[in-house]
Design a protein around this ligand. Structure first.
Ligand code: C2E
Ligand code: MG
Ligand code: MG
Ligand code: MG
Length: 275
């Protein structure tokens, strides 16, 4: 096609590329300033136990409000933060802010379960991650048993001695470890028996068309069965309606999270939800 259309197409592609690079640089520069300018904040989404309807956890989700761009989605800026190395600083801010908030809820005697924080692969591979976590727990005063880390399969595929040791150390501290977006990576299932993992989160792409799509019903049931076999907790993300929730509950899925239970909400609203 490019050949057929000749020069115009070439120009078109080039323009597109330039704008992408430009956009990337724009976002990276803005991201550099965002911490200083206090443009980040966290929203919180409850994780509900299906049988008891109790809240077993709350996931912290990062938001970036840029004065001109508006609210930028983490799907857009987290990859840039990872590539530019800014994820270290941002990740530490997220961890600190989430743990500080959880400590406040703890003092308010809110029975929220655990605070779940997303961790990007470069954060763990950086080496001083354990130190960062220990510092954050110390400065915020949150006991490790109230913290859960959500990791992606990308990290777990790289089963270096170093990675495994880090994860074992975290688990040894009393921190729970979850594999986020389970099922969409290119990983072998082999890592599940080798790595210290407590919980699998079924990716929302398998939940969306439940209970009608036969592939998705098969996959979600298989993950639940895998969880039972390996003695792991199973949570489903992106649960938006009663049908999906009923299906997952019937199949024995332990926990669920999604708009059906609550949108991600600001911290004051979490307190109100429990009141
Ligand atoms: P994730 O950790 O898998 O988070 C789930 C995403 O699904 C969130 O998008 C959440 O707002 C959205 N969601 C929740 N319930 C529903 C639902 O019922 N239906 C649908 N369609 N979506 C739902 P969000 O907040 O835009 O975050 C996107 C991704 O960005 C996260 O996926 C996570 O990978 C990453 N992320 C967010 N915050 C952080 C962070 O603090 N650190 C790192 N490293 N990554 C983060
Ligand atoms: Mg997550
Ligand atoms: Mg997820
Ligand atoms: Mg996801």
């Amino acid at each position: 096609r490019a050949k057929e259309d000749g020069r115009n197409t070439y120009c078109f592609y080039r323009k597109e590329m330039t704008s992408t690079v430009f956009e990337y640089m724009l976002l990276e520069n803005a991201l550099r300033e965002a911490l200083k300018k206090k443009e980040f904040y966290l929203l919180y989404q409850p994780q509900i136990e299906m049988l008891s309807h109790r809240c077993l956890g709350i996931e912290a989700l990062l938001r970036w409000h840029h004065p001109e761009l508006g609210v930028v989605s983490p799907a857009q800026f987290i990859p840039i933060a990872e590539q530019s190395g800014l994820i270290q600083e941002i990740g530490t801010w997220v961890l600190t802010t989430a743990c500080r908030q959880a400590k406040i809820w703890l003092e308010q005697k809110l029975d929220f379960g655990r605070i779940a924080v997303n961790v990007a692969a470069p954060q763990i591979q950086h080496g001083d991650f354990i130190q960062v976590v220990e510092n954050v727990l110390k400065t915020t005063g949150l006991p490790a048993a109230y913290l859960e880390l959500e990791l992606t399969e990308g990290l777990l595929m790289k089963q270096t001695e170093q990675n495994i040791k880090q994860l074992e150390k975290l688990q040894g501290m009393g921190i729970k470890l979850t594999i986020d977006d389970f099922g969409i990576g290119y990983s072998s299932l082999n890592y599940l028996k080798r790595l210290p993992i407590d919980k699998l989160k079924i990716d929302q792409s398998f939940i969306r068309d439940l209970p009608h799509d036969t592939n998705d019903t098969a996959i979600s049931q298989a993950v639940i069965a895998l969880g039972y076999a390996l003695n792991l907790q199973i949570i489903a993300e992106g649960v938006e309606n009663e049908e999906q929730a009923a299906f997952l509950k019937e199949k024995g899925c332990h926990q669920a999270q999604g708009y059906f239970f609550s949108q991600p909400i600001p911290p004051q609203q979490v307190s109100a939800l429990f009141a």
